[in-house]
Design a binder for this molecule. Sequence first.
Ligand code: NAD
Length: 398
Amino acid sequence: MPPQIVKRRSRGFICVNAHPEGCGKNVERWVDAVRGKISAGPAVPKNVLVIGASTGYGLASRIAAAWGCGAKTLGVFFERPPEGDKVATAGYYNTVALHALAKRDGLFAASINGDAFSDDIKRVTAEALRTQMGPVDLVIYSLASPKRTDPRTGAVHNSVLKPVGQAYTNRTIELDTEKVVNVTLQPANENEIADTVAVMGGDDWRRWMELLLQENLLAKGARTLAYSYIGPEITWPIYRDGTIGQAKKDLERVAGDLDAMLANKLGGNAWVSVNKAVVTQASAAIPVVPLYLSLLPMIMKKKNLEEGPLEQMLRMFTDFLCASQPIKLDKSRRLRLDDREMRTDVQAEVAALWPQVATENLRTITDFAGFQREFRGLFGFEVEGVDYEQPTETDLKW
Ligand code: NAD
């Protein structure tokens, strides 16, 4: 394929293509932001498996482990490669850039593109670890997926983002029309709740960890983490108390079981880390969240508190995982990286602006433009330093 000019294509708000150079620049920026920032110590991981490693929190975790800690990393993700003149997904191009930078900097990186929920990809990953890396001392589980096929039953589970128990009405941005509207979401039924828990709960995480343990691919003292979100009460009916929240509660329960298993067998640990709300492909799809994400970063920036996925993960490694003192957990045994987001003064400002937001003032009292820019940036568009008028190589491999 000769190089081609890639212009952003959208379906409504959603970008349906990606720009390889833009994605590359994003990865470079993250690598530069983390290099040399984590000081060496006994708790620094050396061999890291990241499941869901191509975008968002998983990609940030991988970059922090590799460039911050000098760890070897194996990333698993599900991304569409380029085909003919059809460009690949952003996570694919992010990985191409990550491999090029890892090679340049003498870091070991391997990647597996396929369905992490399947037995096949778990087996392929185990084999790759056995032959290329050896036992891992850190496993990050950062999948966000709308569906899961359970290989044991063949059942396809589709997750839904709905309240539980009763309907929920709140204002949201209708992204396609940029209108602020009231949306009423009907409660999920029992099957929808169970399906969402099957996709985003802890069952698959448990299967990964049991397999790695059984295959002797976990090092002594191995640790594993999965990510969760709590957020302000405004969003609880759709998040914390909604279907996705039920899945996250399941994740927390599984963290307890895995912690007991790892402590017993290897002196290891399993935790859930509660992260800050950031703009990712997954979070933008949650009703009400785009409005929250048009307000929160604006308020946090003003207070010099704003963090993206990379800054969050840098803090997770420096203040928690690599710290010499015992890891600080909340009373439900979770790491809390959402402390700045949840500060009373930050949330008071969100709450004060929330009822005032309307279609007419969306671009003046919120930073909807920033949210939109950030979202397009995830696909490599509107990234500084990229000339979008120039043809670019799209048929790339790592
Ligand atoms: P994301 O959409 O940026 O990343 C999802 C990753 O999962 C990608 O690497 C994708 O390729 C991979 N993936 C999806 N389906 C897969 C499959 N079947 N097999 C293999 N890989 C697959 O999402 P994110 O926002 O970074 O979310 C990651 C985790 O962080 C989730 O558990 C999410 O709930 C949690 N979290 C997100 C936020 C937020 O604001 N974005 C806040 C707190 C916690």
